[in-house]
Design a protein around this ligand. Structure first.
Ligand code: GDP
Ligand code: IMO
Ligand code: MG
Length: 432
């Protein structure tokens, strides 16, 4: 029996939330290990829609423990708001059901502001990333720069003012440089003290909880956010997020050893989307892109932005299989392709006239690669809502089998609608 890590194998929004929700029935604990409330994970259960950004997707099921690991950057205001929103939907989140690692770095209002200042300043210079403006990048910078305020600091009112001073020395210099007003020590202290009582009851030694759970034979499901092409090292840098999104991060971002990771499940959309700026070789800025966006409801959960859409890129997913150690994929949104006469799949690139079968690392080359396509026949019937292989049109099965071959990993799960139960199980990742 394995623990399972779920990661996005493209540029995010592959349907991780839906699959984590489905899999969490088989798990005891669901852990977020990177990113923050830049994630937008949608779950649909009997027609009821839940949109989660910071909380693990297992939280909607009773009897499961949810954990926010130390690899996350944690916005206390976003947390309080999300807990309240879920409560209004009938989902109670209590300190018994959710734990936040004590060594998790906080996102404060000054991080959100800096993210916005930089994006605004970059708009005219062509260096805009198109971030979610949630303060993710600035918060990770402070963590790595060893000046972050962490969850546990909220409980230590002696050292907290010193930490805030150190943080402000850095931030106020940046703010002055960007032509913005400084923030005062008192304002940040007030902000922190105002949330401390709501956060501290959830704080715990997550590494110890996970160690105990493992020893007791409980099943852990690690929920990745974003996707491999947004990974700070392996993605389309600098158009990426500020964390490692790959499966290896599940260990460091929660406090377990690499041996605890087990099965890596790559969530993979049957076509490709991306939000924000940056290279996207198979993007279709035409009626095909419009079709995919409309049929697939491709609008960002967090920012409401229209997602860019294009054909399936097997080069990228093959690379994601390698850098994550993906053992199987959950193929999602196959139904969006229903009714197309033909479907294209990118099988390789041409770079400056030469054929290559990988994504080059440099920004310039990533912008220049030209996709090489194969054209497959579409299918007439429908896959939407299918719950068994036998219900799939033969040509759709052919498309799935071809993708498996191109990326070098088998389909473990197939998703055919946003609904939890419109899911076909081929191989149980927990049993593998
Ligand atoms: P995540 O960020 O990876 O969790 O994905 P998002 O929730 O941001 O985006 C995926 C969207 O597709 C959501 O609106 C889901 O409800 C929806 N979705 C997930 N799986 C399927 C599927 O198989 N078919 C269709 N049509 N929609 C799906
Ligand atoms: P989920 O978990 C898609 C993108 C942003 C931007 C870049 C950097 O729902 O798949 P950031 O705010 O992280 O500094 O933005 O990353 N991005 C996502 N795109 N899905 C996500 O999460 C994303 N989280 C961040 O659009 O291009
Ligand atoms: Mg999303």
């Amino acid at each position: 029996m394995a623990n399972v890590v779920v990661v996005g194998s493209q540029w995010g929004d592959e349907g991780k939330g839906k699959i984590v929700d489905w899999l969490s029935e088989r798990a005891d604990v669901v852990v977020r290990f990177q990113g923050g409330h830049n994630a937008g994970h949608t779950l649909v259960v009997d027609g009821k829609v839940y949109k989660l950004s910071l909380l693990p997707s297992g939280v909607v099921r009773q009897g499961k423990l949810s954990i926010i690991g130390n690899g996350v950057v944690f916005d206390p205001h976003a947390f309080v708001a999300e807990v309240a929103k879920l409560k209004a939907q009938g989902v109670g989140v209590t300190p018994e059901r959710l734990k936040i690692a004590e060594n998790t770095a906080l996102i404060l209002s000054l991080h959100r502001e800096l993210d916005g200042f930089r994006e605004d300043a970059a708009t005219n210079s062509g260096t805009k990333i198109g971030t979610t403006r949630r303060g993710i990048g600035p918060a990770y910078e402070d963590k790595v720069g060893r000046r972050a305020v962490r969850v546990m600091d909220l409980a230590d009112l002696e050292t907290l003012p010193l930490k805030v001073d150190r943080l402000l020395t850095h931030h106020n210099a940046l703010r002055r440089g960007l032509g913005h007003a400084e923030v005062t020590h008192d304002a940040i202290m007030r902000e922190l003290i105002s949330v401390a009582d709501e956060i501290l009851p959830y704080m715990d030694r997550v590494w110890k909880i996970l160690d105990d759970k493992r020893r007791a034979g409980e099943r852990i499901l690690f929920e990745g956010a974003q996707g491999t092409l947004l990974d700070i090292d392996h993605g389309t840098y600098p158009f990426v997020t500020s964390s490692n999104t790959v499966a290896g991060q599940a260990a460091a971002g929660s406090g377990v050893g690499p041996g605890a990771i087990g099965y890596v499940l790559g969530i993979t959309k049957a076509y490709t989307t991306r939000v924000g700026e940056g290279p996207f070789p198979t993007e279709q800025k035409n009626e095909i892109g419009e079709f995919l966006g409309t049929r697939g409801h491709e609008f960002g959960v967090v920012t409401g932005r229209k997602r860019r859409c294009g054909w399936f890129d097997a080069v990228l997913v093959r690379q994601a299989v390698a850098v994550n150690g993906i053992k199987g994929i959950a193929l999602t949104k196959l139904d969006v392709l229903d009714g197309l006469d033909e479907i294209k799949v990118c099988t390789g690139y041409r770079l400056d006239g030469e054929a290559i079968d990988y994504l080059p690392a440099s920004q310039g080359a990533q912008g220049r690669v030209e996709p090489v396509y194969e054209t497959l026949e579409g299918w007439k019937g429908t896959t939407a809502g299918a719950r068994s292989w036998n219900d799939l049109p033969a040509q759709a099965v052919k498309y799935v089998r071809h993708i498996e071959e191109l990326i070098g990993a088998p389909v473990a799960l197939l998703s055919t609608s946003p609904e939890r139960d419109d899911t076909i199980l081929v191989t149980d990742p927990f049993q593998d």
